[in-house]
Design a binder for this molecule. Structure first.
Ligand SMILES: Cc1cc2nc3c(=O)[nH]c(=O)nc-3n(C[C@H](O)[C@H](O)[C@H](O)COP(=O)(O)OP(=O)(O)OC[C@H]3O[C@@H](n4cnc5c(N)ncnc54)[C@H](O)[C@@H]3O)c2cc1C
Ligand code: SF4
Length: 622
């Protein structure tokens, strides 16, 4: 397969987590695949992983005077089970195990994933985009408007401004992907190539939080779940009343939301493709008399193949690469791919272009009358810092995310959660009251077993039973508790508040109730001290023992790191999207939302981008 030679410790760790004697994979083969994947992750993450794995060999030596590779099957089982019961080593094993499962699951299920991708032809052709890779693009060029990032925010700006005749260039660090790749490439390759840091972007804190972020033409909409929520009225009131965003007045903003929804051709998930995962969520919530129903999505023609997170092989999910960028390109917009913007070029206090780097390290300069930064809430602050164009104390602060926990219910009957739409149904009963939104979310088979409890032969039993699971996610709108540091490289920190931690535990409780109401025989909670509930009576104990600092938390939807508003003390960007202190420089992506929209944010970001684009048209084109 490759020349990678994994360390003995890595092979041993694989054999302890998924023992071949109990039906697991060949540990050496798995360790090679894991090494190949680790090679694609940030170097410090890779080093940390290997150091942690070595620790287990050291522990084995201390107890048995032998590395794990020299232990018998029974000794290995005893060791890993014992360490899994210890509070500190439990957290470490769980973190390392997540990657072992991802790699093993995506390889062993790749034939099934490929078959589902090939089952139906694409419902629409790939878009005709005017893309050019940086290697074929001149080192110095000029345009009217250069936009950094081709995601939900940047694409709308490109569409709006090019429609007024502006000569627009969009610069995108990632690549342009095709639906053919999604039908033909290995699931793990699809995953690693379309996510920043190979999918291992982390928020540092307690608990540590993994936050996947997309990278490619279309930004995160390329790999997102396609759920489309309008910005709730109470959020718009906050943006308008507290932050002074005139365009967020409900009567005005609704027309931008209408535009975003029309662009994405949104509609409810049809019940015949929803799949059992969503149907069971609706059944459970309905029995509890809770507000529930199919999610609204942007995927006309979806066949429920459950692969949205690794690129829709049927072009059913019409992210901005299929809906917005084609119009921008028809208007003459050019998209330069594989080009990372390092900083903004200024002349005095005016932005006059961008300085960027090809993958071979050579430099590209694009001069422009206006510069728009739309690199997403985690990357845009770093570009501004590197450019030394703002020393605003709130730059990078107020990063809001949606921390989320996954809870799975095991049913007697076969569910096959991956036969159906990946994110399909919601339970909104606790959204307004507690800021907790439950969404039935599956993953491609084998690519999301993080919630499965146990290690060793028990874990293998769980993997074999995965077709009996219903998987729910509970996300909360947080503090905000995050911060974007870093100049040359983004560093994200997260200080979960006790209130938000308690709400996550409440989210687990809510999901457990839904799953039991729908008929689950047991529920996997992800809670260290109560990983399995046998009945709903166990929920009381779960609440008593759960500690949010020990939860498996993933986060999605970063927003607010360069927020917009009238108050210059707390908002680095003014209400027109203009970075304070720098003329001709706009920030138009998730960063400028003044608070979490409390729902999946792509529609809110697109609507805001259209509103700000209209401001720019009024300022510069009339
Ligand atoms: C797994 C997952 C599922 C999601 N599901 C949903 C969902 O169902 N519904 C929903 O509403 N939202 C969802 N989201 C979130 C949503 O997609 C994002 O909030 C939205 O796309 C953010 O828009 P943006 O324009 O701020 O950034 P992005 O869409 O992330 O675009 C930013 C682009 O800028 C590029 N870039 C960054 N730095 C540079 C640089 N230095 N130079 C050049 N280019 C650069 C990036 O590569 C990226 O392509 C999901 C997110 C994830 C990770
Ligand atoms: S489930 Fe997702 S990946 Fe599959 S067809 Fe529907 S939108 Fe595309």
């Amino acid at each position: 397969m490759s020349k990678v030679t994994p360390s003995k410790s890595l092979i041993s760790f694989c054999s302890a987590v998924l023992p071949q004697e109990a039906g697991g994979p060949d540990p050496e083969d798995l360790a090679i695949k894991l090494s190949l994947y680790l090679n694609r992750l940030p170097k410090d993450f890779h080093r940390g992983y290997i150091a942690a794995v070595n620790l287990f060999d050291a522990i084995s030596w201390a107890k048995y005077q032998s590395r794990i590779s020299g232990l018998t099957f029974d000794q290995r089982e005893e060791l890993i089970l014992r360490l899994h019961k210890n509070k500190i080593t439990f957290a470490l094993i769980e973190a390392l195990k997540a990657l072992v499962l991802l790699v093993n699951g995506s390889y062993s299920n790749s034939p099934e994933i490929a078959a589902a991708a090939a089952k139906n032809p694409p419902v629409r052709e790939d878009a005709k985009l005017n893309t050019v890779t940086a290697s074929s693009y001149p080192s110095i060029s000029r345009c009217d408007i250069v936009i950094v990032g081709s995601g939900a925010g940047g694409s709308i700006v490109a569409r709006e401004l090019s429609s007024k005749g502006a000569d627009v260039i969009v610069v995108e660090e990632g690549q342009n992907h095709t639906s053919q790749e999604f039908r033909e490439n290995m699931p793990l390759d699809r995953f690693a190539s379309m996510y920043r840091d190979g999918g291992a972007t982390a928020l540092l804190g307690l608990p540590p939080v993994i936050m996947p972020i997309g990278r490619g033409v279309g930004g995160t909409t390329l790999i997102n779940s396609g759920t489309c929520y309008r910005t709730p009225d109470r959020v718009l009131d906050l943006w308008h009343n507290k932050f002074g965003l005139e365009f967020a007045r409900k009567d005005l903003f609704n027309k931008y939301l209408d535009d975003a929804e029309a662009t994405f051709q949104v509609g409810p998930v049809p019940l015949d493709i929803m799949g059992n995962n969503g149907l069971k969520a609706i059944e459970g919530a309905t029995k509890l008399n809770w507000k529930t129903g199919p999610l609204i999505r942007n995927a006309p023609g979806c066949d429920g193949c459950c692969q949205c997170a690794i690129g829709c092989p049927h072009n059913a999910k019409i992210g901005v690469h299929l809906s917005v960028l084609p119009i921008a390109c028809q208007n003459g917009t050019k998209i330069v791919t594989d080009l990372k913007v390092l900083r903004v070029i200024t002349d005095g206090s005016k932005a006059v272009g961008i300085y960027s780097k090809r993958t071979d390290g050579s430099k590209v300069i694009i001069y422009a009358d206006l510069v728009v930064i739309a690199a997403g809430a985690t990357e845009s602050p770093g570009i501004i810092r590197r450019s030394e164009i703002s020393s605003h104390p709130h730059l990078g602060r107020n990063l809001a995310v949606h921390p989320a926990v996954a809870v799975a219910g095991k049913f007697e009957e076969e569910i096959f959660p991956w036969h159906g739409v990946l994110q399909s149904a919601s339970v909104e009963e606790f959204h307004e009251s507690d800021g907790i939104l439950v969404e039935a979310t599956a993953t491609p088979p084998g690519m999301g077993s993080m919630v499965l409890p146990g290690v060793g032969s028990k874990l293998i039993d769980q993997i074999n039973d995965a077709k009996h699971l219903v998987s729910l996610g509970a996300m909360i709108s947080d503090g905000p508790n995050g911060r974007v540091f870093g100049k040359s490289r983004t560093i994200l920190t997260y200080k979960m508040s006790d209130t938000d931690g308690s709400r996550l535990i409440k989210g687990i409780e809510i999901c457990s109730k839904i799953l039991f109401a729908a008929g689950a025989k047991e529920v996997f909670t992800g809670v260290t001290r109560k990983p399995v509930l046998k009945s709903k009576d166990d929920i009381r104990e779960l609440k008593e023992v759960a500690d949010y600092k020990e939860l498996h938390v993933a986060a999605f939807h970063p927003t607010g790191s360069i927020r917009a508003g009238t108050d210059p003390q707390i908002c680095p960007v003014d209400i027109n999207g203009n970075l304070r202190g720098c003329e001709n420089l706009f920030v138009i992506d998730a960063s400028l939302l003044p608070s979490s929209p409390t729902v999946n944010p792509q529609i809110s970001i697109m609507a805001t981008a259209k509103a700000i684009s209209e401001n720019i048209v009024n300022l510069y084109f009339n």
